[in-house]
Design a protein around this ligand. Structure first.
Ligand code: DI6
Ligand code: FE
Length: 399
């Protein structure tokens, strides 16, 4: 007696690298047993599975479930008022005086109860799940004090317990300098001790930082990365978003899982990232919202063989974007990724950006996290704007 499920009457974009675009198998079957894929291939070659449940999907397209590998979806408040003030002509100073900017999100996140943060984060996660997402990275970084950073990470872990999705956490206390504090003092006396505690409480999967003129210098990030290494935690970095500071090279030197944003990265940075195996996480939502004009060096990443992931960067300030499909569309339209690169960016390469080797492609032995779409060809996932063609999601083999 088999507990297997055979998915039939589908086209499958396996996203396995190779000669066939998307690793596409047009008349395919997938065999799932428990939470794993055990077989995928042309339907005519499908092994006879005695006692297996067969389920047909009327020719729909199956892809790996999507992965949003860069979000800040645990946060209090919003910045709609600031958005409105700015569009009514307010200056940066006026916005700041009206309590806007990242400090307002820090204040709102500190003030919010854990239950309220959880309630709001679950709503955001549900929107991603509705688009076929099954793995989501969530960062801290709007606390900037020990209690609130730990609170954010506990909420992220709780989201993973309450939803059929894998949550991966990143410790991002090195996100902004709290007002009234010296940056070095903050790193040494708040950020690093909080990291040690968060790690001891099992709340951290990776360590992140914001390397930027308005945030932390490479030397300060270096100290955070040294502590991460001492704790055995992988690192990643917001690098070269608004200016070039050498963050991508720093990330590569530390064999970072990813360097993210990268608008001002160079071909030299791309070569270093390729050597280190560091994924470039492309975040078109922030580029769009901030009305940036310098696009990341996609051609250089492509030429150097740097894997490119695509994510929402969902945060209340620079990327209030609750749609991974829109991120894929924008990566194509704003940055000229191909639809195949955009889908690899939210599947295979996004898994790698999180250090996960058990998902992101459809292959035997990997997790049965799948998305089934009402589309005829994979390019449709990036093509339309504001249209969600998800038919059904399968998480860990659960239909
Ligand atoms: N890069 C960004 O664009 C955001 N954080 C980051 O590291 C800005 C976050 C915010 O404005 O709330
Ligand atoms: Fe970010």
């Amino acid at each position: 007696m088999s507990s297997a499920v055979v998915i039939t009457d589908v086209a499958v974009a396996t996203m396995m690298p190779g000669a066939v675009p998307y690793g596409l198998i047009s008349d395919a079957a997938i065999v799932i047993d428990g939470d794993r894929i055990v077989w995928v291939g042309p339907a005519t070659d499908c092994p006879a599975m005695q006692g297996a449940v067969r389920q047909g999907f009327d020719g729909r397209l199956v892809t790996p479930a999507l992965i949003d590998c860069h979000t800040h979806i645990v946060h209090g408040g919003d910045r709609a008022r600031e958005f409105e003030l700015r569009l009514n002509g307010a200056t940066y100073e006026e916005v700041a005086r009206a309590g806007g900017g990242i400090v307002s999100t820090v204040a709102a996140t500190r003030a919010a109860s854990e239950a309220m943060l959880l309630h709001q984060a679950l709503d955001r996660v549900d929107r991603l799940i509705a688009e076929g997402v099954s793995t989501i990275e969530i960062k801290s970084g709007y606390g900037l004090d020990t209690d609130t950073e730990l609170k954010m990470l506990r909420v992220a872990r709780e989201v993973g317990r309450q939803r059929a999705a894998t949550i991966v956490t990143s410790f991002l206390a090195a996100h902004a300098v709290p007002s009234g504090m010296d940056a070095d003092d903050y790193i040494d006396n708040v950020c690093l001790p909080t990291l040690v505690r968060a790690q001891a409480e099992g709340l951290v999967d990776a360590v992140d930082g914001f390397c930027e003129g308005i945030a932390f210098s490479p030397a300060q990030i270096e100290r955070v990365f040294a502590k991460a290494a001492a704790l055995g935690l992988p690192v990643k970095l917001h690098a070269e978003q608004l200016s070039w500071l050498g963050g991508a090279a720093l990330a590569a030197r530390h064999a970072a899982l990813s360097a993210d944003h990268l608008e001002y990265a160079t071909a030299d940075d791309a070569a270093l990232m390729a050597q280190a195996g560091t994924v470039a996480v492309i975040l078109p939502g922030a580029f769009y919202t901030l009305r940036e004009t310098q696009a990341p060096p996609i051609a250089a990443f492509r030429a150097a063989g740097v894997p490119m992931a695509v994510a929402t960067d969902w945060n209340p300030g620079s990327s209030p974007m609750g749609s991974i499909l829109l991120a894929m569309n924008m990566a194509c339209t704003l940055f000229r990724l191909t639809p195949e690169e955009a889908l690899a960016g939210t599947t295979r390469h996004a898994a790698r950006a999180l250090g996960l080797s058990d998902r992101g492609v459809i292959a035997p032995g990997l997790r049965a996290d799948l998305a089934i779409w009402d589309v005829a060809q994979p390019a449709e996932l990036s093509y339309r704007i504001g249209v969600n063609p998800l038919h059904r999601r399968i998480y860990g083999g659960a239909l």
